[in-house]
Design a protein around this ligand. Structure first.
Ligand code: ATP
Length: 261
């Protein structure tokens, strides 16, 4: 996944560029108002940026310079929002089938996400006959994730998918999201919570005031663990694109060091 976007929203200027693995979870992490949702809307094709490139695998979805702008409904992107947004009048089964029926026809050799596998991974088999109103918040989110997966997306966007849940439900849904990695599709996950980044992130893009301020692995970029970096001066270590202060460190410049941070 490759994203570059420049966009003006009133006084706010978004100017971001990052890449994420094609298999695994990229965490778009930053405080409120940083531009996370705006970035997601550009990736989904819901907002036309002033300048942007969005590519998933070999598919270029947006390239303003080349006048490429695949419409949102033709992007193979599944979206999971904070609230599940299920169809209240349809059973869980039919909510899931909705995603399935919207999916493009199977192409031989192409990855297919199977209904039974989705039901098993999300543990929603016993809920199929229920209506969304008869589900807990966590169950609703699991069904929403299932519906998004069954539309056979090339990319799954998760926009603060657990932030509306209480702590107990949150933990439960996070472990289901971690299990989605077995489907082998790229995911872009928006959050302002560091614990979610640690738990789920394969790749971290830290965003502040409309800019990417750091990009790399969560272990390298988040404080609190042992990390490997390069000594760049007495007391200074470079980790990924960040330089951190390590008081008392006196390793030769260029040495690879492991420090706790
Ligand atoms: N249509 C708009 N017109 C003007 N400003 C906007 C518009 N949409 C968003 N903004 C501003 O753009 C900035 C980024 O908003 P965005 O919703 O992307 O942030 P966020 O990181 O997702 O925050 P949160 O975690 O609170 O959802 C904010 O300052 C917001 O006020």
């Amino acid at each position: 996944m490759r994203v570059r976007a420049r966009h003006r929203l009133g006084d706010f200027r978004l100017d971001v560029a990052f890449t994420g693995p094609e298999d695994g979870i990229t965490m778009l992490f930053g405080p409120s108002g940083a531009g996370k949702s705006a970035t997601l809307a550009i990736v989904a094709g819901l907002v036309r940026a002033d300048e942007a490139v969005v590519a998933v695998g070999n598919h270029v979805l947006t390239d303003t310079a080349a006048r490429i702008a695949v419409p949102a409904e033709r992007r193979r992107i599944g979206i999971v929002h904070q609230d599940a947004r299920l169809f209240p009048h349809l059973s869980v089964e039919r909510n899931l089938t909705y995603g399935w029926r919207r999916a493009p026809k199977a192409v031989p050799g192409e990855r297919r996400i199977e209904r039974d596998a989705v039901i098993e991974v999300l543990a929603i088999g016993h809920l199929l006959d229920r209506r969304p109103l008869d589900l807990s918040g966590g169950e609703r989110q699991r069904v929403a994730i299932g519906r998004a997966l069954l539309s056979q997306p090339d990319l799954l966007l998760l926009d603060e998918p657990v932030s509306a849940l209480d702590e107990a439900r949150r933990g439960e849904v996070l472990s289901f999201i971690a299990a989605l990695k077995r489907f082998g599709l790229p995911m872009l996950y928006v959050t302002h919570r560091e614990d979610e980044v640690r738990l789920l992130g394969d790749h971290l893009v830290r965003i502040e005031a409309g800019r990417v301020v750091a990009e790399g692995t969560p272990a390298a970029l988040l404080p609190g663990g042992l990390v490997t970096g390069e000594a760049v001066a007495p007391g200074l270590v470079r980790i990924g694109s960040e330089t951190i202060a390590v008081p008392g460190l006196d390793a030769p410049v260029g040495a690879v060091v492991r420090v706790s941070w």
